[in-house]
Design a binder for this molecule. Structure first.
Ligand SMILES: NC(=O)c1ccc[n+]([C@@H]2O[C@H](COP(=O)([O-])OP(=O)(O)OC[C@H]3O[C@@H](n4cnc5c(N)ncnc54)[C@H](OP(=O)(O)O)[C@@H]3O)[C@@H](O)[C@H]2O)c1
Length: 273
């Protein structure tokens, strides 16, 4: 299948658009032709940073592009897609980047539509290299899939084609491994700071947890008082959290300890932490 030269308009100026625009602007042939954000200041800043045209007005969108990437908050994808119809070519491909919204959000508006979902967490403050990020693509037809696959392979070595339903399952898992663990880091950081202690001392432990995950199943790597059914230590920790009025940590500690305790009946050798 012959793939046309990419001419991309990126809509959005948030965390992902900030990194995606930079990655797109570095591709051969300079496929990123324009950035749109609803704020004029942000449009200019991103356009200058990515060396492409920019606008905050939908009627000024480049109508010669063949791919429009809606990289805006999940709840605004549908309404923005509707507003775009008068300003972009009817045969252009329109995609979003959300893990939880279906590609069929565009079905009644466009023939060529899809999703490019990067399985990663993006914040403007943190630099990121796109080449190792798994990119999951979904497309309404073969030509759109070929176009998205062509683009995704230029950005990353990890590209897979999936259905909407599979992407939602991935997104749920991403929430578990990233958003939830990060919230535990947040609570732990607050607790440590309140006690004059430092999260940085825990970096080697956090890094080793990840390193083990890459060489063994997480279920085998589990250690700690709940894994050993060590009620004395668990009660000690819970009463310390109570004394320190760390209510959220108390709830999480009790819940996780109960679940780990149940998962590991005391048959094998206990894990050590
Ligand atoms: N960040 C991640 O880690 C990540 C990872 C994978 C996928 N995604 C997906 O990527 C998309 C963008 O996420 P993000 O994290 O970049 O979001 P974000 O940082 O919250 O930025 C949201 C962007 O959407 C714009 N926006 C909000 N409401 C709008 C509206 N009604 N009309 C037009 N623009 C509107 C915002 O404009 P203002 O700045 O003017 O408010 C901002 O540019 C989402 O679909 C998200 O699920 C994000």
């Amino acid at each position: 299948m012959k793939i046309p030269a990419l001419r991309i308009v990126l809509l959005g100026g948030g965390n992902l658009a900030y990194h995606l625009s930079k990655a797109l602007s570095g591709l051969p042939g300079y496929p990123l032709v324009q950035i749109w954000t609803r704020s004029p200041k942000q449009a200019r800043a991103l356009g200058v940073r990515s060396n492409c045209a920019f606008t905050h007005r939908l009627h000024e969108l480049d109508s010669r592009a063949n791919l429009y990437i809606l990289c805006v908050s999940d709840d605004s994808i549908g309404s923005l897609a509707g507003e775009l119809t008068g300003f972009i070519p009817p045969d252009a491909a329109v995609i979003h980047t959300s893990g939880s919204k279906p590609s069929t959000l565009f079905k009644s508006l466009y023939n060529n539509y899809g999703v490019l979902y990067p399985l990663q967490t993006f914040s403007k403050q943190k630099k990121i290299n796109f080449s190792g990020i798994p990119l999951f693509i979904t497309a309404s037809n073969r030509s759109t899939e070929a176009l998205l696959s062509h683009l995704a392979h230029q950005l990353s070595q990890e590209v897979r084609v999936i259905q909407d339903s599979a992407r939602l399952k991935l997104h749920l898992a991403a929430v578990l491994v990233n958003n939830f663990t990060n919230y535990i880091y947040t609570l732990t950081d607050d607790y440590l700071q309140s006690q004059g202690l430092d999260l940085r001392s825990f970096y080697p432990l956090i890094e080793e947890t990840l390193a083990k995950l890459k060489t063994m199943k997480p279920a085998q790597a589990q250690t700690g008082p709940a894994r050993r059914h060590d009620k004395t230590v668990i009660d000690q920790h819970l009463s310390l959290l109570k004394k320190l009025k760390q209510e959220e940590l108390q709830t999480i500690y009790r819940l996780f300890s109960t679940m780990i305790w149940k998962k590991y009946p005391l048959t094998g050798p206990p894990g050590r932490d």
